[in-house]
Design a binder for this molecule. Structure first.
Ligand code: ADP
Ligand code: MG
Length: 377
């Protein structure tokens, strides 16, 4: 006899996302935000770009998400020598004989449902132009014919941002990514120890997800209602940003609405709350130099998302720890008091799994601090 299953599990796909989110975040060190961003992009049907120094786990994360997906995939590491054929497919010799210039796209980007483009700014002008169309219009011109591509998600990585004077094409491509984030190296001492003394950080995912399931999730996402408070918060954020001189384009603003719904869905919420605007910090800027920070500040001030406050408090924890000589009893006592103060602030937050994790971490650090100063005596 088959085991009994309840007749309808309301959110089986959502559960898969929740599980993958947990498994990715626990394997990768200090990459919770990046994991959230990539999964949100996937259910929002948008593209995501991660920019950070070499070796900070970008490929580890993006490869893991690609592997999670049971879909047609395409991955490539671009160099300045990469030619269009490698990305879009070789020109068909049979067609050439008939004076046609048609590409054989089997196994290449035009047939992929999900793609990973590493070192994206290395793309040649010819590749950039085709990429722009594929990413934005989801269309590929083959022998004069506009072919619809099945692409759902493009994840891209790079070690640097394109410079503002690097040309229109790069700026246009940068704009095709709704979600864009700088990735930092591991910041905490505990994180660094984990990096050093665990030999395998590859995420092991217990599920896979199909394109049909992603589509299903996307449909649910677009139906998540916005609470009045969240609507007002988004409007306030845009107003305040404009006062600061940050005016994201209309398309970006429009798409941010679905992005925030997707993040609410990922968080298991049934309506969009101001809290979920946290993810909009990665959508609502144009220039990468000083704007992301401004946007983060405005979002934090207006929507007050728990996740952002936890991150800020954790940065404070690290700066207290790194400035403290534990063998100096007075210093250690002062640090312990400061950590206690931060914990008090954390205890007022709720509704986000990161709060508990942060508090456990803090408790652990306090214990270590006390032990170290006892040993010093
Ligand atoms: N945040 C992290 N969590 C776990 N492992 C990491 C992290 N950052 C770097 N590593 C380790 O360093 C290796 C290189 O990371 P990789 O993803 O190739 O970097 P990138 O693509 O950013 O250049 C990984 O395979 C992993 O072993
Ligand atoms: Mg890499």
């Amino acid at each position: 006899m088959k085991p009994y299953r309840p007749p309808s599990d309301p959110h089986p796909v959502r559960e898969k996302f929740a599980t993958a989110r947990k498994e990715l975040s626990s394997a990768l060190i200090e990459r919770e935000d990046e994991v959230d961003l990539v999964l949100t992009a996937l259910i929002a049907n948008e593209h995501v770009l991660l920019v950070g120094p070499p070796g900070c786990g970008k490929s580890l994360l993006l490869d893991a998400v690609m592997n999670w997906m049971n879909a047609r995939k395409f991955s490539i590491l671009l160099t300045k020598f990469t030619c269009v054929e490698e990305v879009m497919g070789p020109v068909s010799l049979a067609a050439l004989k008939g004076d046609r210039y048609r590409r054989v796209t089997t196994g290449r980007l035009p047939e992929a449902e999900v793609c990973f483009i590493d070192e994206i700014w290395k793309a040649s002008s010819a590749i950039l132009n085709t990429l722009l169309k594929v990413l934005n219009e989801r269309v590929f011109e083959n022998d004069g014919e506009a072919v619809k591509v099945p692409l759902k998600l493009c994840v891209a990585a790079s070690n640097e941002w394109p410079s503002p004077d690097s040309g229109k094409e790069l700026t246009a491509l940068l704009d095709r990514f709704l979600f864009r984030k700088s990735v930092r190296s591991i910041g905490s001492q505990v994180g660094r120890q984990r990096l050093l003394w665990h030999r395998d950080h590859t995420p092991k995912l217990s599920t896979t997800i199909t394109s049909a399931e992603v589509e299903h999730a996307h449909r649910e996402v677009t139906a998540v209602p916005w609470s009045r408070a969240a609507r007002e918060a988004l409007e306030t954020i845009l107003r305040e940003l404009s006062r600061e001189g940050v005016v994201p384009g209309d398309r970006r603003q429009f798409k941010t609405v679905t992005a925030v719904q997707a993040f609410a869905f990922l968080n298991g919420a049934d309506e969009v709350l101001p809290e979920h605007l946290e993810v909009a910090q990665h959508c609502l800027w144009d220039a990468h130099d000083d704007q992301p920070q401004k946007v983060a500040q405005v979002v934090a001030k207006v929507a007050n998302p728990t996740g952002m406050r936890v991150s800020q408090l954790l940065i404070e924890v690290e700066s207290v720890l790194s400035a403290t000589d534990v063998r100096n009893l007075a210093e250690a006592a002062k640090a312990a008091a400061k950590l206690g103060e931060i914990d008090k602030q954390l205890s007022t937050l709720s509704g986000n799994g990161r709060v508990e994790k942060a508090r456990l971490y803090l408790k652990d650090q306090l214990k270590k601090l006390k032990l170290a100063s006892i040993e010093a005596v």
